[in-house]
Design a binder for this molecule. Structure first.
Ligand SMILES: *[C@@H]1O[C@H](CO)[C@@H](O)[C@H](O)[C@H]1NC(C)=O
Length: 528
Protein backbone atom coordinates (compact mmCIF):
# COMPACT_ATOMS: atom_id res chain seq x y z
CA UNK A 1 0.00 0.00 0.00
CA UNK A 2 1.23 3.52 -0.75
CA UNK A 3 2.67 5.30 2.28
CA UNK A 4 0.29 8.24 1.81
CA UNK A 5 -2.88 6.26 2.05
CA UNK A 6 -1.44 4.41 5.02
CA UNK A 7 -1.26 7.73 6.84
CA UNK A 8 -4.59 9.01 5.58
CA UNK A 9 -6.71 6.03 6.51
CA UNK A 10 -6.09 5.94 10.26
CA UNK A 11 -6.83 9.66 10.49
CA UNK A 12 -10.09 9.33 8.61
CA UNK A 13 -10.94 6.29 10.64
CA UNK A 14 -10.24 8.00 13.92
CA UNK A 15 -12.42 10.96 13.00
CA UNK A 16 -15.28 8.85 11.78
CA UNK A 17 -15.02 6.43 14.67
CA UNK A 18 -15.11 9.33 17.06
CA UNK A 19 -18.15 10.69 15.25
CA UNK A 20 -19.78 7.29 15.41
CA UNK A 21 -19.18 7.01 19.14
CA UNK A 22 -20.25 10.54 19.93
CA UNK A 23 -23.63 9.50 18.57
CA UNK A 24 -23.94 6.20 20.31
CA UNK A 25 -21.62 6.70 23.28
CA UNK A 26 -24.41 6.22 25.79
CA UNK A 27 -25.85 2.76 25.74
CA UNK A 28 -29.58 2.63 26.22
CA UNK A 29 -29.44 -0.75 27.92
CA UNK A 30 -26.96 0.27 30.66
CA UNK A 31 -28.30 1.89 33.80
CA UNK A 32 -27.29 2.26 37.45
CA UNK A 33 -29.18 2.22 40.72
CA UNK A 34 -28.91 5.26 42.92
CA UNK A 35 -29.66 4.19 46.47
CA UNK A 36 -29.53 7.03 48.97
CA UNK A 37 -29.30 5.34 52.36
CA UNK A 38 -26.15 7.35 53.05
CA UNK A 39 -25.03 10.60 54.66
CA UNK A 40 -22.01 11.34 52.46
CA UNK A 41 -23.42 11.49 48.95
CA UNK A 42 -22.11 14.03 46.42
CA UNK A 43 -24.34 16.85 45.24
CA UNK A 44 -27.00 15.97 42.64
CA UNK A 45 -25.19 18.19 40.09
CA UNK A 46 -21.84 16.36 40.56
CA UNK A 47 -23.64 13.03 40.35
CA UNK A 48 -25.24 13.97 37.06
CA UNK A 49 -21.88 15.24 35.70
CA UNK A 50 -20.34 11.93 36.74
CA UNK A 51 -23.05 9.97 34.93
CA UNK A 52 -22.57 12.08 31.81
CA UNK A 53 -18.88 11.10 31.74
CA UNK A 54 -19.91 7.45 31.46
CA UNK A 55 -21.89 5.36 28.98
CA UNK A 56 -24.72 5.04 31.51
CA UNK A 57 -28.00 6.14 29.95
CA UNK A 58 -30.41 5.42 32.77
CA UNK A 59 -30.70 5.81 36.48
CA UNK A 60 -33.09 4.14 38.88
CA UNK A 61 -34.11 5.92 42.08
CA UNK A 62 -35.85 4.14 44.93
CA UNK A 63 -38.00 7.21 45.49
CA UNK A 64 -38.37 10.43 43.53
CA UNK A 65 -35.70 12.75 44.96
CA UNK A 66 -36.65 16.18 43.54
CA UNK A 67 -33.04 17.47 43.60
CA UNK A 68 -31.81 14.57 41.46
CA UNK A 69 -34.77 14.78 39.08
CA UNK A 70 -34.13 18.52 38.64
CA UNK A 71 -30.40 17.96 38.06
CA UNK A 72 -31.26 15.45 35.30
CA UNK A 73 -33.28 18.07 33.41
CA UNK A 74 -32.10 18.57 29.84
CA UNK A 75 -29.64 15.65 29.95
CA UNK A 76 -29.72 12.41 27.95
CA UNK A 77 -30.21 10.40 31.14
CA UNK A 78 -33.66 9.05 31.89
CA UNK A 79 -34.93 7.99 35.28
CA UNK A 80 -36.98 5.17 36.74
CA UNK A 81 -38.57 6.41 39.94
CA UNK A 82 -40.30 4.42 42.67
CA UNK A 83 -42.96 4.53 45.32
CA UNK A 84 -42.21 3.00 48.70
CA UNK A 85 -43.81 -0.29 49.75
CA UNK A 86 -45.52 1.73 52.48
CA UNK A 87 -47.31 3.82 49.82
CA UNK A 88 -48.96 0.77 48.24
CA UNK A 89 -52.06 0.55 50.52
CA UNK A 90 -53.04 4.19 50.03
CA UNK A 91 -52.28 4.16 46.29
CA UNK A 92 -54.41 1.02 45.97
CA UNK A 93 -57.26 2.29 48.07
CA UNK A 94 -57.76 5.76 46.65
CA UNK A 95 -57.35 7.02 43.06
CA UNK A 96 -56.89 10.56 44.39
CA UNK A 97 -53.85 9.40 46.42
CA UNK A 98 -52.34 8.20 43.14
CA UNK A 99 -53.14 11.56 41.49
CA UNK A 100 -51.49 13.41 44.38
CA UNK A 101 -48.42 11.17 44.17
CA UNK A 102 -48.09 11.91 40.44
CA UNK A 103 -48.71 15.63 40.99
CA UNK A 104 -45.97 15.79 43.63
CA UNK A 105 -43.36 13.39 42.23
CA UNK A 106 -43.74 13.32 38.45
CA UNK A 107 -45.47 16.34 36.92
CA UNK A 108 -43.17 19.07 38.32
CA UNK A 109 -40.20 17.58 36.42
CA UNK A 110 -41.81 17.07 33.02
CA UNK A 111 -40.98 17.44 30.23
CA UNK A 112 -37.39 18.60 30.89
CA UNK A 113 -36.49 15.46 32.87
CA UNK A 114 -37.10 12.17 31.12
CA UNK A 115 -38.93 9.74 33.42
CA UNK A 116 -39.34 6.35 31.77
CA UNK A 117 -41.13 4.34 34.43
CA UNK A 118 -42.53 4.27 37.94
CA UNK A 119 -41.88 1.16 39.98
CA UNK A 120 -44.59 0.49 42.53
CA UNK A 121 -42.74 -0.66 45.64
CA UNK A 122 -39.55 -2.69 45.71
CA UNK A 123 -39.70 -6.48 46.03
CA UNK A 124 -43.16 -6.00 47.55
CA UNK A 125 -44.30 -9.57 46.88
CA UNK A 126 -41.39 -10.95 48.92
CA UNK A 127 -41.62 -8.29 51.64
CA UNK A 128 -43.19 -10.76 54.05
CA UNK A 129 -46.44 -8.79 54.21
CA UNK A 130 -49.08 -10.95 52.46
CA UNK A 131 -51.68 -8.16 52.42
CA UNK A 132 -49.49 -6.16 50.02
CA UNK A 133 -49.68 -8.84 47.30
CA UNK A 134 -53.36 -8.23 46.62
CA UNK A 135 -52.90 -4.43 46.77
CA UNK A 136 -50.10 -4.29 44.21
CA UNK A 137 -52.34 -4.48 41.13
CA UNK A 138 -54.88 -1.81 42.23
CA UNK A 139 -51.99 0.48 43.21
CA UNK A 140 -50.44 0.03 39.77
CA UNK A 141 -53.80 0.61 38.06
CA UNK A 142 -54.49 3.81 39.99
CA UNK A 143 -51.03 5.17 39.23
CA UNK A 144 -51.45 4.25 35.57
CA UNK A 145 -54.74 6.18 35.41
CA UNK A 146 -53.25 9.15 37.22
CA UNK A 147 -50.34 9.29 34.73
CA UNK A 148 -52.64 8.79 31.74
CA UNK A 149 -54.63 11.84 32.81
CA UNK A 150 -51.69 14.09 31.95
CA UNK A 151 -50.55 14.21 28.30
CA UNK A 152 -46.91 14.73 29.33
CA UNK A 153 -46.96 11.69 31.60
CA UNK A 154 -49.09 9.28 29.60
CA UNK A 155 -46.09 7.39 28.10
CA UNK A 156 -44.55 6.63 31.50
CA UNK A 157 -44.69 2.91 32.20
CA UNK A 158 -45.90 1.51 35.50
CA UNK A 159 -44.24 -1.65 36.76
CA UNK A 160 -42.93 -3.15 39.98
CA UNK A 161 -39.62 -4.73 40.90
CA UNK A 162 -39.38 -8.32 42.10
CA UNK A 163 -36.69 -10.42 43.73
CA UNK A 164 -35.66 -13.81 42.32
CA UNK A 165 -37.63 -15.26 45.26
CA UNK A 166 -40.78 -15.03 43.10
CA UNK A 167 -39.44 -18.09 41.31
CA UNK A 168 -40.18 -21.50 42.79
CA UNK A 169 -37.62 -22.99 40.42
CA UNK A 170 -34.83 -21.41 38.40
CA UNK A 171 -32.64 -24.37 37.42
CA UNK A 172 -32.37 -25.39 34.72
CA UNK A 173 -33.49 -22.11 33.12
CA UNK A 174 -36.09 -23.80 30.91
CA UNK A 175 -37.86 -25.05 34.07
CA UNK A 176 -38.22 -21.52 35.48
CA UNK A 177 -41.61 -21.16 37.19
CA UNK A 178 -43.26 -18.72 39.58
CA UNK A 179 -44.30 -19.76 43.09
CA UNK A 180 -47.80 -21.17 42.96
CA UNK A 181 -48.92 -19.27 46.07
CA UNK A 182 -48.06 -15.99 44.31
CA UNK A 183 -49.89 -17.07 41.17
CA UNK A 184 -53.20 -15.20 41.63
CA UNK A 185 -51.69 -11.78 42.42
CA UNK A 186 -48.77 -12.23 40.05
CA UNK A 187 -50.99 -13.28 37.16
CA UNK A 188 -53.10 -10.13 37.55
CA UNK A 189 -49.94 -7.99 37.60
CA UNK A 190 -48.57 -9.76 34.50
CA UNK A 191 -51.85 -9.22 32.71
CA UNK A 192 -51.55 -5.50 33.53
CA UNK A 193 -47.94 -5.37 32.26
CA UNK A 194 -48.93 -7.19 29.07
CA UNK A 195 -51.85 -4.86 28.39
CA UNK A 196 -49.87 -1.69 29.07
CA UNK A 197 -46.68 -2.82 27.28
CA UNK A 198 -44.65 -2.52 30.50
CA UNK A 199 -41.68 -4.69 31.43
CA UNK A 200 -41.34 -7.25 34.22
CA UNK A 201 -38.58 -5.93 36.50
CA UNK A 202 -36.39 -8.38 38.37
CA UNK A 203 -33.31 -8.37 40.64
CA UNK A 204 -31.05 -11.30 39.69
CA UNK A 205 -27.82 -11.48 41.71
CA UNK A 206 -25.28 -14.10 40.60
CA UNK A 207 -23.41 -13.01 43.76
CA UNK A 208 -26.12 -14.52 45.97
CA UNK A 209 -26.16 -17.66 43.84
CA UNK A 210 -22.42 -18.01 44.44
CA UNK A 211 -22.84 -17.34 48.15
CA UNK A 212 -25.18 -20.30 48.46
CA UNK A 213 -22.86 -22.54 46.41
CA UNK A 214 -19.31 -21.23 46.90
CA UNK A 215 -17.38 -23.62 44.66
CA UNK A 216 -14.68 -22.35 42.27
CA UNK A 217 -16.61 -23.54 39.21
CA UNK A 218 -19.68 -21.64 40.42
CA UNK A 219 -17.58 -18.51 40.85
CA UNK A 220 -16.29 -18.73 37.27
CA UNK A 221 -19.88 -19.32 36.05
CA UNK A 222 -21.08 -16.27 38.00
CA UNK A 223 -18.22 -13.99 36.87
CA UNK A 224 -18.57 -14.71 33.11
CA UNK A 225 -15.18 -16.46 33.24
CA UNK A 226 -14.21 -19.68 31.46
CA UNK A 227 -16.08 -22.65 32.91
CA UNK A 228 -17.50 -25.92 31.67
CA UNK A 229 -21.00 -24.45 31.53
CA UNK A 230 -24.33 -25.88 32.62
CA UNK A 231 -26.40 -27.96 30.27
CA UNK A 232 -30.14 -27.35 30.14
CA UNK A 233 -31.69 -30.62 28.99
CA UNK A 234 -35.01 -28.88 28.34
CA UNK A 235 -33.61 -26.71 25.56
CA UNK A 236 -30.28 -28.51 24.91
CA UNK A 237 -28.55 -25.16 25.55
CA UNK A 238 -25.31 -25.00 27.53
CA UNK A 239 -25.27 -21.87 29.66
CA UNK A 240 -21.87 -20.28 30.22
CA UNK A 241 -22.87 -17.67 32.79
CA UNK A 242 -25.28 -17.29 35.70
CA UNK A 243 -26.67 -13.93 34.56
CA UNK A 244 -28.06 -15.39 31.32
CA UNK A 245 -29.30 -18.46 33.19
CA UNK A 246 -31.19 -16.35 35.73
CA UNK A 247 -32.75 -14.11 33.08
CA UNK A 248 -33.78 -17.08 30.97
CA UNK A 249 -35.35 -18.69 34.05
CA UNK A 250 -37.51 -15.55 34.32
CA UNK A 251 -38.20 -15.69 30.57
CA UNK A 252 -39.32 -19.30 30.90
CA UNK A 253 -41.53 -18.51 33.89
CA UNK A 254 -43.18 -15.62 32.00
CA UNK A 255 -43.68 -17.83 28.94
CA UNK A 256 -45.15 -20.63 31.07
CA UNK A 257 -47.55 -18.14 32.68
CA UNK A 258 -48.74 -17.21 29.19
CA UNK A 259 -46.90 -13.91 28.74
CA UNK A 260 -44.18 -14.39 26.12
CA UNK A 261 -44.65 -10.77 25.03
CA UNK A 262 -43.76 -9.16 28.37
CA UNK A 263 -40.18 -7.83 28.32
CA UNK A 264 -37.66 -8.44 31.11
CA UNK A 265 -35.73 -5.56 32.70
CA UNK A 266 -32.94 -6.21 35.20
CA UNK A 267 -33.72 -3.64 37.91
CA UNK A 268 -30.70 -4.62 40.02
CA UNK A 269 -27.62 -6.76 39.73
CA UNK A 270 -24.14 -6.26 41.10
CA UNK A 271 -21.24 -7.57 43.16
CA UNK A 272 -19.78 -6.13 46.39
CA UNK A 273 -16.09 -5.24 46.26
CA UNK A 274 -15.54 -5.94 49.95
CA UNK A 275 -17.19 -7.79 52.81
CA UNK A 276 -16.72 -9.21 56.27
CA UNK A 277 -14.04 -11.93 56.60
CA UNK A 278 -16.73 -14.63 56.43
CA UNK A 279 -18.34 -13.28 53.24
CA UNK A 280 -17.09 -15.37 50.32
CA UNK A 281 -16.14 -13.79 47.03
CA UNK A 282 -16.33 -10.18 48.17
CA UNK A 283 -13.26 -8.47 46.73
CA UNK A 284 -12.29 -5.92 44.11
CA UNK A 285 -11.13 -8.54 41.58
CA UNK A 286 -14.48 -10.35 41.60
CA UNK A 287 -16.50 -7.13 41.56
CA UNK A 288 -14.50 -5.85 38.61
CA UNK A 289 -14.76 -9.20 36.82
CA UNK A 290 -18.52 -9.37 37.32
CA UNK A 291 -19.40 -5.80 36.41
CA UNK A 292 -16.72 -5.47 33.70
CA UNK A 293 -17.72 -8.72 32.03
CA UNK A 294 -21.41 -7.94 32.47
CA UNK A 295 -20.98 -4.61 30.69
CA UNK A 296 -18.93 -6.24 27.92
CA UNK A 297 -21.60 -8.94 27.63
CA UNK A 298 -24.37 -6.33 27.33
CA UNK A 299 -22.35 -4.36 24.78
CA UNK A 300 -21.76 -7.43 22.66
CA UNK A 301 -25.55 -7.50 22.04
CA UNK A 302 -25.38 -11.28 22.18
CA UNK A 303 -28.41 -11.38 24.45
CA UNK A 304 -29.33 -14.55 26.33
CA UNK A 305 -29.85 -17.94 24.67
CA UNK A 306 -33.64 -17.53 24.88
CA UNK A 307 -33.55 -13.84 23.88
CA UNK A 308 -30.64 -13.61 21.44
CA UNK A 309 -29.53 -10.53 19.57
CA UNK A 310 -30.49 -7.80 22.00
CA UNK A 311 -29.34 -6.75 25.42
CA UNK A 312 -31.68 -6.74 28.37
CA UNK A 313 -31.97 -3.29 29.92
CA UNK A 314 -29.84 -3.63 33.06
CA UNK A 315 -29.45 -1.38 36.11
CA UNK A 316 -26.24 -2.10 37.98
CA UNK A 317 -26.33 -1.89 41.75
CA UNK A 318 -25.03 0.60 42.65
CA UNK A 319 -23.70 4.02 41.83
CA UNK A 320 -22.23 4.67 45.31
CA UNK A 321 -21.83 2.77 48.57
CA UNK A 322 -24.65 3.38 51.02
CA UNK A 323 -22.86 3.84 54.33
CA UNK A 324 -26.00 3.81 56.48
CA UNK A 325 -27.31 0.43 55.30
CA UNK A 326 -27.58 -2.18 58.06
CA UNK A 327 -26.30 -5.74 57.72
CA UNK A 328 -22.95 -7.22 56.73
CA UNK A 329 -20.17 -5.04 55.25
CA UNK A 330 -21.00 -6.21 51.70
CA UNK A 331 -24.35 -4.39 51.92
CA UNK A 332 -22.42 -1.10 52.12
CA UNK A 333 -19.90 -2.04 49.41
CA UNK A 334 -21.61 -2.26 46.04
CA UNK A 335 -20.53 1.21 44.83
CA UNK A 336 -19.04 1.59 41.36
CA UNK A 337 -17.87 5.06 42.37
CA UNK A 338 -16.60 6.51 45.60
CA UNK A 339 -18.37 9.54 46.97
CA UNK A 340 -15.36 11.68 45.90
CA UNK A 341 -16.44 10.73 42.34
CA UNK A 342 -13.43 8.51 41.60
CA UNK A 343 -13.93 4.95 40.36
CA UNK A 344 -13.86 2.20 42.96
CA UNK A 345 -12.42 0.08 40.13
CA UNK A 346 -12.60 0.33 36.38
CA UNK A 347 -15.67 -1.57 35.21
CA UNK A 348 -15.41 -0.16 31.70
CA UNK A 349 -18.20 2.38 32.14
CA UNK A 350 -16.38 5.58 31.31
CA UNK A 351 -17.09 7.07 27.92
CA UNK A 352 -13.41 6.74 26.91
CA UNK A 353 -13.18 3.08 27.83
CA UNK A 354 -16.20 2.48 25.58
CA UNK A 355 -14.67 4.33 22.65
CA UNK A 356 -11.19 2.86 23.07
CA UNK A 357 -11.90 -0.60 21.65
CA UNK A 358 -12.90 0.63 18.21
CA UNK A 359 -10.67 3.70 18.21
CA UNK A 360 -7.67 1.37 18.03
CA UNK A 361 -8.82 -1.08 15.36
CA UNK A 362 -5.85 -3.34 15.80
CA UNK A 363 -2.58 -3.89 17.58
CA UNK A 364 -3.52 -5.95 20.63
CA UNK A 365 -3.87 -9.70 20.71
CA UNK A 366 -4.90 -12.03 23.46
CA UNK A 367 -2.75 -15.17 23.37
CA UNK A 368 -2.33 -18.23 25.62
CA UNK A 369 0.53 -17.99 28.08
CA UNK A 370 3.46 -20.28 27.36
CA UNK A 371 2.81 -22.24 30.56
CA UNK A 372 -0.95 -22.70 30.04
CA UNK A 373 -1.85 -26.39 30.02
CA UNK A 374 -3.82 -28.11 27.27
CA UNK A 375 -6.61 -28.75 29.76
CA UNK A 376 -6.87 -25.06 30.63
CA UNK A 377 -6.79 -24.16 26.96
CA UNK A 378 -9.48 -26.73 26.13
CA UNK A 379 -11.73 -25.14 28.77
CA UNK A 380 -11.02 -21.69 27.36
CA UNK A 381 -11.76 -22.98 23.88
CA UNK A 382 -15.11 -24.50 24.92
CA UNK A 383 -16.04 -21.39 26.83
CA UNK A 384 -15.17 -18.92 24.09
CA UNK A 385 -16.90 -20.97 21.40
CA UNK A 386 -19.98 -21.20 23.64
CA UNK A 387 -20.47 -17.42 23.35
CA UNK A 388 -22.95 -16.28 20.73
CA UNK A 389 -20.64 -13.47 19.67
CA UNK A 390 -17.72 -15.79 18.80
CA UNK A 391 -17.82 -17.64 15.49
CA UNK A 392 -15.80 -20.86 15.79
CA UNK A 393 -16.65 -22.30 12.38
CA UNK A 394 -13.18 -21.39 11.00
CA UNK A 395 -11.51 -23.79 13.47
CA UNK A 396 -13.87 -26.67 12.81
CA UNK A 397 -12.79 -29.45 10.40
CA UNK A 398 -12.74 -28.04 6.90
CA UNK A 399 -12.64 -24.50 8.28
CA UNK A 400 -10.06 -22.06 7.06
CA UNK A 401 -8.18 -21.99 10.39
CA UNK A 402 -8.51 -25.68 11.30
CA UNK A 403 -4.79 -26.31 10.67
CA UNK A 404 -2.68 -26.61 12.71
CA UNK A 405 -5.11 -28.89 14.49
CA UNK A 406 -3.87 -28.43 18.07
CA UNK A 407 -5.72 -27.35 21.19
CA UNK A 408 -3.26 -24.48 21.59
CA UNK A 409 -3.83 -23.15 18.10
CA UNK A 410 -7.62 -23.47 18.27
CA UNK A 411 -7.75 -21.97 21.75
CA UNK A 412 -5.53 -19.09 20.65
CA UNK A 413 -7.97 -18.35 17.85
CA UNK A 414 -11.10 -18.57 20.03
CA UNK A 415 -9.65 -16.68 23.02
CA UNK A 416 -8.50 -13.83 20.82
CA UNK A 417 -11.89 -13.68 19.10
CA UNK A 418 -13.64 -13.39 22.45
CA UNK A 419 -11.19 -10.73 23.56
CA UNK A 420 -11.78 -8.74 20.36
CA UNK A 421 -15.57 -8.78 20.63
CA UNK A 422 -15.90 -8.20 24.35
CA UNK A 423 -14.29 -4.80 24.52
CA UNK A 424 -10.51 -5.40 24.37
CA UNK A 425 -10.12 -4.51 28.00
CA UNK A 426 -7.26 -6.02 29.96
CA UNK A 427 -9.70 -8.13 31.95
CA UNK A 428 -11.23 -9.57 28.77
CA UNK A 429 -7.89 -11.37 28.34
CA UNK A 430 -7.56 -13.10 31.67
CA UNK A 431 -9.00 -16.60 31.21
CA UNK A 432 -8.13 -17.41 34.80
CA UNK A 433 -4.56 -16.21 34.30
CA UNK A 434 -3.89 -18.51 31.37
CA UNK A 435 -3.79 -15.71 28.80
CA UNK A 436 -1.80 -12.57 28.18
CA UNK A 437 -1.93 -9.54 25.95
CA UNK A 438 0.70 -8.93 23.34
CA UNK A 439 1.28 -5.90 21.18
CA UNK A 440 3.26 -7.96 18.68
CA UNK A 441 1.32 -9.69 15.99
CA UNK A 442 1.80 -13.30 17.22
CA UNK A 443 2.05 -14.53 13.63
CA UNK A 444 5.02 -12.23 12.97
CA UNK A 445 6.78 -12.59 16.29
CA UNK A 446 10.26 -14.11 16.48
CA UNK A 447 8.61 -17.20 17.90
CA UNK A 448 6.78 -17.80 14.63
CA UNK A 449 8.82 -20.52 13.01
CA UNK A 450 10.98 -18.80 10.37
CA UNK A 451 11.50 -22.14 8.65
CA UNK A 452 7.82 -22.35 7.89
CA UNK A 453 6.75 -18.98 6.50
CA UNK A 454 3.67 -20.63 5.01
CA UNK A 455 2.41 -21.34 8.51
CA UNK A 456 2.75 -17.72 9.58
CA UNK A 457 1.10 -16.66 6.37
CA UNK A 458 -1.73 -19.05 7.04
CA UNK A 459 -2.18 -17.75 10.58
CA UNK A 460 -2.28 -14.25 9.18
CA UNK A 461 -4.97 -15.23 6.70
CA UNK A 462 -6.94 -16.63 9.59
CA UNK A 463 -6.77 -13.32 11.39
CA UNK A 464 -7.87 -11.45 8.25
CA UNK A 465 -10.73 -13.84 7.79
CA UNK A 466 -11.81 -13.66 11.43
CA UNK A 467 -11.44 -9.87 11.41
CA UNK A 468 -13.81 -9.70 8.45
CA UNK A 469 -16.37 -11.88 10.21
CA UNK A 470 -16.14 -9.64 13.25
CA UNK A 471 -16.55 -6.53 11.15
CA UNK A 472 -19.58 -7.95 9.39
CA UNK A 473 -21.05 -8.79 12.80
CA UNK A 474 -20.36 -5.25 14.11
CA UNK A 475 -21.81 -3.58 11.04
CA UNK A 476 -24.94 -5.70 11.24
CA UNK A 477 -25.31 -5.00 14.94
CA UNK A 478 -24.78 -1.31 14.44
CA UNK A 479 -27.30 -1.04 11.61
CA UNK A 480 -29.92 -2.91 13.60
CA UNK A 481 -29.38 -0.67 16.60
CA UNK A 482 -29.34 2.49 14.57
CA UNK A 483 -32.44 1.62 12.62
CA UNK A 484 -34.30 0.92 15.84
CA UNK A 485 -33.14 4.29 17.14
CA UNK A 486 -34.13 6.02 13.90
CA UNK A 487 -37.59 4.50 13.95
CA UNK A 488 -38.13 5.37 17.59
CA UNK A 489 -37.23 8.99 16.95
CA UNK A 490 -39.72 9.49 14.15
CA UNK A 491 -37.25 9.51 11.23
CA UNK A 492 -36.59 13.24 11.15
CA UNK A 493 -34.38 14.49 8.34
CA UNK A 494 -31.22 15.12 10.46
CA UNK A 495 -31.48 11.61 11.89
CA UNK A 496 -31.62 10.16 8.38
CA UNK A 497 -28.55 12.16 7.33
CA UNK A 498 -26.72 10.96 10.44
CA UNK A 499 -27.65 7.40 9.56
CA UNK A 500 -26.03 7.76 6.15
CA UNK A 501 -22.90 9.41 7.56
CA UNK A 502 -22.38 6.93 10.36
CA UNK A 503 -22.95 4.00 8.02
CA UNK A 504 -20.32 5.53 5.76
CA UNK A 505 -18.02 5.84 8.78
CA UNK A 506 -18.48 2.18 9.62
CA UNK A 507 -17.65 1.23 6.04
CA UNK A 508 -14.44 3.31 6.00
CA UNK A 509 -13.49 1.69 9.27
CA UNK A 510 -14.28 -1.72 7.80
CA UNK A 511 -12.05 -1.19 4.76
CA UNK A 512 -9.27 0.39 6.76
CA UNK A 513 -9.15 -2.61 9.05
CA UNK A 514 -9.20 -4.88 6.04
CA UNK A 515 -6.31 -2.99 4.43
CA UNK A 516 -4.40 -2.99 7.68
CA UNK A 517 -4.84 -6.73 8.01
CA UNK A 518 -3.90 -7.47 4.43
CA UNK A 519 -0.93 -5.09 4.50
CA UNK A 520 0.98 -7.45 6.73
CA UNK A 521 0.46 -10.27 4.22
CA UNK A 522 2.67 -8.38 1.82
CA UNK A 523 6.37 -8.35 2.75
CA UNK A 524 7.28 -4.87 4.04
CA UNK A 525 9.11 -2.79 1.46
CA UNK A 526 12.47 -1.29 2.49
CA UNK A 527 11.84 1.79 4.60
CA UNK A 528 8.06 1.18 4.54
C1 LIG B 1 -50.85 -9.93 25.74
O1 LIG B 1 -51.00 -8.84 24.86
C2 LIG B 1 -51.15 -9.21 23.51
C3 LIG B 1 -51.20 -7.97 22.63
O2 LIG B 1 -51.06 -6.81 23.30
C4 LIG B 1 -52.39 -10.05 23.33
O3 LIG B 1 -52.52 -10.45 21.99
C5 LIG B 1 -52.30 -11.27 24.23
O4 LIG B 1 -53.49 -12.02 24.15
C6 LIG B 1 -52.03 -10.86 25.66
N1 LIG B 1 -51.78 -12.05 26.45
C7 LIG B 1 -52.52 -12.39 27.50
C8 LIG B 1 -52.19 -13.70 28.14
O5 LIG B 1 -53.42 -11.70 27.92
Amino acid sequence: MAPNSRRLFPTATLLLTFFFFSLTGAQSFIGVNYGQVADNLPSPESTVQLLLSTTVAKIRLYGADPAILRALAGTRISAVIGTGNGDIPSLAGDPSAASSWVAANVLPFLPSTSISAVSVGNEALSSGDPSIASLLLPAMQNLRSALAASPLASDIKVSSVHSMAVLAQSEPPSAGAFHSDLAPSLHAVLDFLNTTGSPFMINPYPFFAYRSDPRPETLAFCLFQPNIGRFDAGTRITYTNMFDAQIDAIRSALNAAGFPGVDVVVAETGWPYRGDPDEVGTNIENARAFNGNLIAHLRSMAGTPLMPGKSVETYIFALYDEDLKPGPTSERSFGLFRTDLTMTYDAGLTATSAAAPSASPAGRWCVPKEEATDQELQENLDYACGQASVDCRPIQPGGMCYEPNTVRSHAAYAMNQLFQVSGRNTWNCDFRQSAMLTATDPTRSPRADPARPSLARHAKLCEVFAGLIRKAFCVGRFLTGFNARRRSQGQTFPIRILAVLTNAGEMVYFFDHFLWLSASLIPPSPGG
